[in-house]
Design a protein around this ligand. Sequence first.
Ligand SMILES: [Mg+2]
Length: 376
Amino acid sequence: MKISRISVYRVELAVPGGAYRLSGGRSFTAFDNSVVAVEADDGSLGWGEACPFGKGYLPAHGRGVRAGIAEMAPELIGLDPRDTQRIGEAMEAVLPGLPDTKAAIDVACWDLFGRAQDLPCYRLLGGLARNRLPLISSVSTGTPGEMAAAADRFRAQGCRAHSIKVGGALPEDDVARIRTVLAGRQPGEDFIVDVNRGWSLDTALKAVSQLDGLDFTLEQPAASYRECRALKSSLRQPLSLDEVLDGPQMLLQALGDAAIDFANIKICKVGGLTRSKTMTDICAAAGLGVTLQETGGSDIAFAAICHLAAAVSPRILRHVWRHVWRHVWDPRELCAVTTADGAPVSEAGFAILAQRSGLGIAPKPEVLGEPVAVYA
Ligand SMILES: [Mg+2]
C-alpha cells in the first residue's frame, strides 16, 4: 500500500455564543482549521485535522500548518501510510520540529490504517481500556460570577472536571476567580486552574501563596519552562504543563527535573497520534496523570482524542476534552460547524465511543468544500 494523494481543506470554525477568552486579554471568535485526506493506491482513505487554536497561543498558526504540509506532502507520496513511525521520520527529515504541521497527516494515516484493517484505531493504539471517557469542561476567563455560572452550566451537563482559565494583571483578581469557582465544588469534582502562560514568576508566587489548602492542579502558570520549574518548589498543588509540553523530549526533561506532576497532551501540539501515544506510554511508566485534549478542531480531532484515550491506562487517564464548541459552550447552540458524522457522542459528562473502523468518522463534503491543495 502506498500513499497516492494528500488533499487539504480549510474550514473556519466559528465560536458560537461569543468570544472565547484567555489570559492577557486574548480573545477568539473563530479558528483556522485544516482537514487532511490521505489516500492510498488501493483506494484506502483516512482523515485528520489540525487547528493550532488562534494567534498568540502557540508558536503555530493555521496558514503555517498548510505551508508545512506543502513542503512535506510531496515527499510522502509512495510511502506506506500504515508505517506511522516511518511517516513521522519522513516528515521530520523535511521539516524538523513544527509538530502542528505534522499532526493532521499522522492522524489521517492512523485512520486509514484502521479502516484498511477494519479495526478501530484504539485497537491499533494498544487496545480498549474503556469506551466511556470522562469529559473536562473549559471555562473561559471572566468575572468570578461569570466563571462560576459557566461552571454551573457545565455541571448541569454532567461534567465533573473543569479547566478554569485565569491570568489577569492582578493576582488578587485571579485568587477571587479561583476561590469563587471552587466554592461551588461538588463531591468528586476535579479542577485545573489554567493560567495559559499568563503570570510572571513574582505574580505567580503571590497568587499561589494565597491559595494554600485549595484542591486543584495548576496548569502552565508562566510562559517558559524555566519559570514553571522555578515555581514548582513553592507549590502545594500539583503542577501541569501544557503549552511548553510539545513532545516526548520535553516530557522526559520535565520528568528528569521533577518539574511536572500532570501532563496536558494535545494531539496537534505534539505532532499527532504517534507522538501522543509515545507520551502517554512515558506517563504510564512514570505514574503521571494525563488529560488528553486538542488545541482546537472539530469532530475528527475529537474522535482522535477519544480513540487514544480509550487505549490509555485508566490508572493515569483523568479526562478528555470535548473541544467542539457547540457542546463546550452551550448545548443548545446548534450552529457551529460539524465537519464529520460519527464522532463520539457526549452524554452526561462522558464521551461514548462507538466500535467502528479507523476513527469511525465520515467527513461531510458539503462542509469541507473543495480542497485548497492536492498533492499526488
Ligand atoms: Mg491548558
